[in-house]
Structures are given as structure tokens and as C-alpha cells.
Design a binder for this molecule. Sequence first.
Ligand code: ATP
Length: 270
Amino acid sequence: MSIERDIVCQDLKVRFEDIGGLEDAKRAINEAVILPLLMPEFFVGLRKPWKGVLLFGPPGTGKTMLAKAVASCTENITFFNCSSATLTSKWRGESEKLLRALFQTARARVPSILFFDEIDSLLSQRGGPAEHEASRRFKSEFLIHMDGLLSDAGEQNGHLFVLATSNAPWDLDEALRRRLEKRIYIPLPDENARHRMLEHFLKEIDLSDVDLAQLATRLERYSGADVQLVCREASMNPMRRLVEGLSPSELVELRAEGKLSMENLSVSMS
Ligand code: ATP
């Protein structure tokens, strides 16, 4: 396991413009995360920057995308993508060692973000006497490092903070939840946001005969990930019409005859 190779992300390529809706969340992220990185001189004293930021809300609403967009839009930031798979080792003591190394490296590479996706899977509530000893040790180690961050009086060389996401914040260890002091709710998209997502996902498809506004109304309670799935399914329609009722061997024949090609596909979505 190498932190540089397995955890530091170089090229994230997620842009805020690709994230539909979530205007309130984006504003909150600007204030809590982007501005402290861009303008550290303002974030002093009472306005000291948040050291633990939690994006929480239903699954598939764009929490991971938002976190990655933060890293892509700020220059010179080091983004440590810490998954529970890379951090939890079956070898006694290894996970804590890795965590220590991670915080150390992040400090040496400021400005930096330690990103923990689905942090509840890594640090859930203390499980009483039945809780596995390794998990208890890992949590304690994590809390020690969080406390170190929170008590940093002044950062001379740059800003380091923990950014985490969770679908189930109520499952998080209470002591950790307290340390993730800034919480930003990422809701399901409203009708307007769903409409913009539909336009974004379907931008390469001829939509002259589709009423996107009506479709957006019908997708109430769909998450961004659900809307994307609907669009993927719908984008198959031209192919479905072309190959309707054909067996796999007929498809192979059709392709060999040059009749299964992009020219034969109607791009209409109706
Ligand atoms: P989970 O909590 O299940 O991990 P999440 O909230 O982190 O989900 P993402 O992983 O960021 O959600 O999003 C999943 C996929 O859904 C994205 O890759 C993206 O294609 C799509 N998606 C979700 N929300 C949006 C959005 N607001 N705008 C554009 N795409 C979105």
C-alpha cells in the first residue's frame, strides 16, 4: 500500500458545472470549503476554517461528486481519497499506522483534503463490549488525529481538513459526529434540478419530441443517480427499435451485412 499511489488523487475531472441543482449546498460548500482555501487571511479568529465537514443526505444525490469537484476547482490542493477498503487492514495495528501516516503526509502536503467517502462504514457507533477491538483502536486513533486538527491554532503553511460523506449520519460514532462540526445537507433534487439534469445527461441526444419539463415532474423523489439511470435506459431506445425481435445470430448476420451501424439508427427518443 502506498499513500502516493493508492490514495492521492491527481486527476479528478469533476466540475461543479456537471452537478445539476444543489444550489444551496454549493453555496454552503463555497463558504465552508472553497473560500478558506482561496482566502485564508479572512478565516482567522472566530472565523477560523472548519476542520471537519460532513456532506450527508440520501444515496445517489451527488455527495461524492461535490467532494471531488472541490478538489478539481482549487489549484495546488492535494486530495487524499481514503476508502474504507484501503484503510482497514486485517493486520493488527496496520490500519492505525496507515491513518497516522496519512495525516502526517496530508500535513506535509498542505493545502490538502482528507476525503472519507461513506465514513459511516468506517467509523460507525461504538458497539459496546461486542465491538471488535481493532475497530475500537482505529476509531480512537481517528479521534486523536481529528482533535489534533481541531486544536491547530494557526496554520502557517496552509489549510488541512477532513471532508466526509454519509447516507446514514445517525450510524456514525457520536464522538466523531461532534468533530465533523460543519454539516451540509445534500437533498434529493427538486423539479428544476431534475430538469437541468435531464438536459445535461441527454445533451447528445435529439430531444425534439420529448417534453423534458413533464418528465422532470414525473421523476419526483428520484435521486441524481436515478435520473441518470432513466436517461441511460432511454438512450437505448433507438437501438431497441432497430433490433426488435431479432435473435443473437440474426444480429451477428445483420452486422456482417453492414446493416447494423450508426447510420441505421434513428436518434429519435420518442
Ligand atoms: P452515495 O451516498 O450512494 O455514495 P452520492 O450521494 O455520493 O451517493 P454520487 O456518487 O456523487 O452520489 O453520485 C452517483 C452518480 O449519480 C454520479 O456519478 C452522477 O452520475 C449522478 N448524480 C447524482 N447526483 C447528481 C447531480 N446532482 N448532478 C449530476 N449527476 C448526479
